[in-house]
Write a protein of this length. Structure first.
Length: 255
């Protein structure tokens, strides 16, 4: 990746967007507005000053604590900001300023938000996944994967997991896949098309199984439910970067 001026500007913009993503991550699961009021300390409720709101820097300067009440500030905040900055620089390097670049950025930001919310709350909010399906399809009219791939992605992402979830429920009497996962898969299919959506599902299932077996072996208990949306989010970002060569390699055995 070239560290040219464009990538650096993209990364700085990514830090600011990451700060907004933190607001979404904190407030969406609590049903709060993401535009009002200004950021506050979660404990003492004091409105933050501008210098307490600078991405990453404030967290370091404040030494991860609220200035007045001493409430610890999670390292997840700077991590989300840094990740978003890297994603912005990476997408700029991959796609430049293009419709596809904007589509991938919107998608990647949604994946970051869903990653953390599923990890912390075990939910995938409908306010992200359902509009995400529609927005992904609209972008596909103007950029890859194209509307047909996107439409098949929505159908496969929504229908196949729904059938698996139903079968699992009848066979074992427990929920294997939540409906939140299904809607998230449909959104991934809408933005990335059906091939990369299936690759995402395979990658997420594989890493989920390996880590799940690790939990079993360590005696953490078989009832510990892994946040599958968290695995889907990482797998989807990996599929964007490495997916097309993998799909081409796989297809080379058949054509
Ligand atoms: Zn405080």
């Amino acid at each position: 990746m070239d560290l040219d001026a464009g990538a650096i500007i993209a990364a700085l913009f990514g830090l600011l967007v990451g700060s907004f993503l933190n607001v979404c991550i904190f407030r969406l699961p609590r049903g709060e507005s993401i535009v009002w009021p200004a950021s506050r300390c979660a404990r003492c409720n004091r409105a933050l000053d501008w210098y307490e709101n600078i991405p990453v820097v404030s967290w370091l300067v404040l030494r991860a604590r609220c200035r007045t009440c001493g409430e610890p500030i999670s390292w997840m905040y700077p991590l989300v900001e840094l990740t978003t900055a890297i994603v912005f620089a990476g997408m700029y390097a991959l796609y430049g300023p293009s419709v596809l670049g904007v589509s991938r950025l919107l998608f990647a930001c949604s994946m970051i938000v869903l990653f953390v919310i599923d990890l912390e709350h075990r939910i995938l909010p409908n306010v992200i996944t359902i509009p995400g399906i529609a927005i992904g399809f609209v972008f596909s009219l103007f950029a890859p994967p194209g509307w047909l791939d996107s439409l098949i992605g929505i159908a496969l992402g929504g229908a196949v997991p729904f059938a698996i979830a139903e079968a699992y429920l009848r066979l074992r009497g427990e929920e294997g896949l939540g409906m939140g996962d299904v809607k998230m898969l449909a959104m991934i299919g809408a933005f990335l098309g059906w091939k990369l959506m299936l690759l995402t599902l395979v990658l997420a299932s594989f890493t989920g199984s390996v880590i799940g077996l690790g939990f079993l072996a360590s005696g953490y208990g078989r009832t510990y439910a892994l946040p599958f949306g968290t695995f889907l989010a990482i797998a989807a970002l990996a599929a964007i970067v490495a997916g097309d060569p993998i799909v081409a390699w796989y297809a080379s055995f058949y054509y």
